[in-house]
Design a protein around this ligand. Structure first.
Ligand SMILES: [Zn+2]
Ligand SMILES: [Zn+2]
Ligand SMILES: [Zn+2]
Length: 186
């Protein structure tokens, strides 16, 4: 596919400057010069490779064996700005069965690569943890649920305030969800 199209030189140059893989999918009109095309292909390959290595590293850092399915699920989680439910994930994978996707999410959760969020909608959502997150109550941040579009976002900079737990009680997790409308819906 990469070699069968020509593209607008100006757009290609812009994409190269931004190091965007999307350069491969741009609608094409004018043929571009050969050297620029070679440069574009190289940038695409390097960019895809770098992304793959980054995903693999993320799994290995958490002692998760990087299988093809795990890499694909992680890619979705990385690319999604909002938290994702099992149902959302299923919609992105036509051929994977629910049980496999569920198991993948649970493995990620157990290894503290992702955390689950109860946003009051009844279906659990999942989002990537920050670097070094142990998913302990003091690590946990506030979430924002948009009542218009239904998306739930991590407010990673806003930690859940610490509170006095009565003696004899032991907290294992904490959750706080703000509701309202997100920037896209306002
Ligand atoms: Zn976490
Ligand atoms: Zn919204
Ligand atoms: Zn979160």
């Amino acid at each position: 596919m990469l070699v069968s199209f020509s593209m607008n030189a100006k757009i290609a140059k812009k994409c190269l400057n931004q190091n965007k893989v999307t350069v491969a999918f741009i609608a094409v009109t004018e043929p571009m010069r050969v050297h620029l095309f070679r440069k574009a292909v190289k940038a695409i390959v390097v960019s895809i490779f770098a992304k793959y290595i980054m995903l693999e590293q993320k799994l290995e850092d958490k002692n998760i064996k990087p299988t093809a399915m795990r890499l694909l699920v992680l890619k979705q989680l990385v690319e999604n700005a909002a938290a994702i439910s099992l149902k959302d994930l299923e919609a992105k994978f036509e051929k994977a069965d629910t049980a496999t996707l569920y198991r993948t999410l649970k493995t990620f959760e157990q290894k503290r690569l992702i955390h689950s969020i109860e946003d009051g909608t009844g279906s659990l959502k999942y989002a990537l943890c920050e670097e070094g997150c142990e998913c302990a109550p003091q690590d946990q941040h506030i979430h924002f649920h948009c009542v218009e579009c239904g998306e739930t976002y991590c407010l990673t900079k806003s930690k859940i305030p610490q509170t006095q737990i009565p003696s004899g009680f032991k907290a294992s997790s904490a959750s706080m969800v703000y509701k309202g409308t997100c920037a896209n819906c306002n």
